[in-house]
Ligand binder design. Structure first.
Ligand SMILES: C[S@@+](CC[C@H](N)C(=O)[O-])C[C@H]1O[C@@H](n2cnc3c(N)ncnc32)[C@H](O)[C@@H]1O
Length: 394
């Protein structure tokens, strides 16, 4: 029971994060910089939103005329469905709302004309009514709204991220959504990134970002604050925008130096002249531990950190795979290995096959390694496998 409650709490924590205005502004500006007409004449749908909190609804409504929007639709998920989904762990849903037919229904906000006749279309013209159902993005009702729209923008529930991506992609609409960098390796997401059908946004590359949370959200030791109005915020690591809208950064190639110059001038842990560029033992590629160590003079396959995607320019590189799941690409399968952990404890495992393996000469101090027969290996972090495109090879 306790475990079930914990899982529910974890899911609820991941789903109730409210995006702050500066994040939305910074990202949307990147698309406008690239194409000032990106939203002109378009219907924008904001699903999984929350009219009480949503900065997405506010931002697009306030900029309705400036962006030249045709229509703005925002839908919310019914409080009762939230409380059914998460149980009474979060009183924002369970206590504040009575069980009424209204609470079983999501809301829909639509903006397409000047309702209050003040001469402009903005936030004050938003009109809302109840949806027939609970506003679940998977319902026929919201699916119809998706099909009617041109661009879908939101921070979807994290626990349903895979489903949400599939829901958007099957619609072939343009989109801009928030997720975690780790989602890149999901089997529903990585093939889309590889095929250049989805890429990372422009404005968030590192660090953490602040999100609003319900008042009874359990505030943990690090990275939270309560503002002067009693609103609660937490900081979240690994946040990224995922999109299929064009922006300028993805057309800027990385500036690269030769292997020789990198080894001479860049100093990082795991990267120095003595080690050189190392070849994986179970895949025909070299290990690139940091994006800035990608060489200009190597035309083979390279295993780069996942964060390379923040700088990925598709005209410069081709994405071939990812080491975590390999997608069938590994050239060698190791028999059972002995893992020696940081403290020297040993156990039999099979996980060396899950990633790129680097053969080492002697046991590393304070680091995990693996023994296969009399050979020693370390496993690289999850890597994206890339190769320079012909036209950019030197
Ligand atoms: C991460 S929050 C983001 C809210 C808002 N879009 C924002 O960024 O401020 C995701 C929202 O989706 C709602 N949600 C959860 N499950 C849903 C579903 N199946 N369909 C639609 N919305 C859902 C959650 O209750 C939550 O309010």
């Amino acid at each position: 029971m306790a475990n079930k409650a914990l899982t529910k709490a974890k899911n609820a924590k991941k789903d109730e994060f409210y995006t702050q205005l500066p994040e939305i502004q910074a990202e949307v500006n990147a698309y406008l910089d690239y194409d000032p007409d990106v939203f002109r004449g378009k219907t924008v749908l904001l699903p999984c939103d929350d009219p009480e909190w949503s900065n997405f609804t506010r931002f697009f409504a306030q900029n309705f005329e400036r962006f030249g929007l045709k229509k703005l639709i925002s839908t919310s998920y019914a409080p009762e469905s939230k409380s059914r989904k998460y149980g009474a762990l979060f009183t924002y849903a369970a206590e504040r709302s009575e069980v009424t037919p209204q609470n079983e229904r999501g809301k829909i906000f639509v903006l397409d004309h000047d309702t209050n006749a003040n001469g402009r279309i903005d936030f004050d013209d938003l009109e809302w009514k109840y949806l027939r159902g609970d506003g679940d993005f998977r319902s026929d009702e919201v699916r119809k709204l998706r099909d009617e729209s041109d661009i879908i923008v939101t921070n979807p529930p994290f626990s349903l991220f895979r489903e949400f991506v599939s829901w958007i992609v099957e619609s072939e609409k343009k989109f801009l959504i928030i997720g975690n960098i780790n989602c890149v390796s999901y089997k529903e997401v990585f093939p889309l990134i590889k095929a250049n059908r989805v890429w990372l946004g422009e404005s968030i590359h590192s660090g953490d970002r602040e999100f609003g949370v319900p008042e009874d959200y359990p505030l943990e030791a690090t990275g939270w604050r309560i503002d002067e109005n009693g609103k609660h915020f937490i900081r979240v690591k690994g946040v990224r925008w995922f999109t299929n809208l064009e922006h300028g950064r993805r057309h800027k190639p990385l500036e690269l130096m030769t292997m020789e110059r990198n080894l001479k001038f860049l100093s990082h842990k795991d990267f120095h002249a003595k080690l050189g560029y190392r070849q994986y033992d179970n895949y025909d590629a070299i290990e690139i531990p940091y994006t800035d160590t990608i060489p200009s003079d190597y035309s083979g396959v390279m295993g780069v950190p996942i964060s390379f995607l923040d700088k990925y320019c598709p005209a410069q590189f081709e994405i071939l795979g990812i080491t975590k799941t390999w997608f069938g690409g590994a050239r060698k399968i190791y028999p059972e290995q002995i893992e020696v952990d940081k403290k020297g404890r040993r156990k039999r495992v099979k996980k060396l096959n899950d990633g790129a393996a680097l053969q080492i000469e002697k046991p590393p101090v304070g680091e995990t390694y693996y023994l296969v027969d009399d050979r020693l290996y370390q496993q690289a972090y999850a890597r994206i496998l890339i190769r320079k495109r012909e036209e950019t090879k030197k």
